[in-house]
Design a protein around this ligand. Structure first.
Ligand code: F6P
Length: 370
């Protein structure tokens, strides 16, 4: 029986769905029935805190499993019930000039005798995976981010659970908004893509949804609000993606610095929109920022199942030794895409088919007419 070692890591922002995927990577790799069919038994190593866990000399010699832990079916048995990542994560990039540990990472992978590395990540982490693949490392990617903004895939782990958080929190907000006859502006995450705000707005029944892909006009926002008031609305809910901006405006950031992946620290548009609405219309308006609540909580049924499918598919690619690929969800199927196809790209909302630019919300025609 050939014994082969693979490792798995989670990098970038955490989200629900990571632990279900980790569980099914381990269960598939170590499934005794599949071992018989393949003639290979896999050992699975968990790398802690993303690429940071491979960026120290001889991480296997450091005690208390600080950087590397051996995983097995009993260890991961209950993981699919929990949010976040049991391995921990980081936004550490070995390609960051301030880190510059690519050679050490590749050396550790070789010295650990790894057949393959499975990387769960968003655009930043999977771009690292793609560059390692181009340097000859056997890498498989699994798409995760609540932003759902990865190219080549129509789903990324964490998105559905985040949608549920938005829906539940806005439902909770409606009673106080109605009691005080207030407008509430709710800022969602999503970076430069509007998927979370757009689909969150459709799910929670927001009156207006503002997204980064279509700059909004305050005059139009206020016109819509005054129209609603005239029709007798006691209150309104407005969803604003953190990357949205007014016509001629710029994204609002919380601080000028960018992270290891070059991402800005967006935040503050919700309060800005609320202040402007109250200043111009006189309507009492408040804002809240859902922030990291959208990343938390136990995985929804959809994220548990997608984590299972992606985890199984990633190991199937390892068995076939079909490396340099990311497992994806496209046209209703689990499929794959070369990692290079996603590197440095962002999948954004197609305004022409998905967004109502008059009413600032989800599309109002859904039967495909072309
Ligand atoms: O990419 C996922 C995400 O949640 C974005 O929507 C958000 O802008 C960013 O991560 C927040 O990053 P951090 O967790 O480092 O504050």
């Amino acid at each position: 029986m050939k014994v082969s070692k693979i490792a798995v890591l989670t990098g970038g922002g955490d989200c629900a769905g990571l632990n279900p995927a980790l569980k099914w990577v381990v269960k598939t790799a170590m499934d005794s029935r599949l071992v018989k069919e393949r003639g290979i038994r896999y050992e699975v190593l968990g790398i802690r805190e993303g690429f940071k866990g491979l960026s120290v000399p001889e991480p296997w010699n450091i005690s208390a499993e600080e950087h590397i832990t051996y995983l097995d079916e009993e260890t991961v048995r209950t993981w699919d019930r929990y949010g976040g990542t049991m391995l921990g994560t980081s936004r550490y990039s070995p390609y960051d000039p301030q880190c510059n540990t690519v050679d050490l990472v590749i050396k550790n992978i070789r010295e650990l005798g790894l057949e393959a590395l499975i990387v769960l990540g968003g655009d930043g982490t999977l771009s690292i995976a793609s560059r390692l693949a181009q340097s000859g490392v056997n890498v498989i990617g699994i798409p995760k981010t609540i932003d759902k903004d990865l190219a080549q895939t129509e789903y990324t782990l964490g998105f559905d659970t985040a949608l549920n958080v938005i829906t539940e929190e806005v439902d909770r907000l409606r009673t106080t908004a109605g009691s005080h006859r207030r407008i509430f502006v709710v800022e969602t995450m999503g970076r430069t893509a509007g998927w979370l705000a757009l689909e969150g707005g459709e799910a929670c029944g927001a009156y207006i949804t503002l997204i980064p892909e279509y700059d909004f006009s305050f005059a139009r926002v206020n016109e819509l609000l005054l129209e609603g008031k005239k029709k007798g609305a006691r209150y309104e809910i407005i969803l604003v993606a953190e990357g949205a901006k007014p016509v001629g405006g710029t994204e609002i950031v919380q601080r000028e610095a960018v992270d290891s992946f070059g991402h800005k620290d967006l935040g503050g548009i919700g309060a800005f929109v609320a202040d402007e609405i109250q200043r111009i219309t006189g309507l009492e308006t408040r804002s809240i920022v859902l922030s990291h609540l959208q990343r938390g909580g136990s995985p929804s049924a959809h994220d548990r199942r997608m984590g299972r499918h992606f985890g199984i598919a990633a190991v199937e690619l390892v068995v076939k030794q079909d490396y340099g690929k990311m497992v994806c969800f496209r046209d209703g199927r689990i499929t794959t895409s070369p990692l290079q196809e996603i590197q440095g790209k962002v999948r954004r909302v197609d305004v022409s088919t998905l967004y109502d630019v008059e009413r600032y919300g989800g599309r109002r025609s859904v039967l495909s007419v072309f």
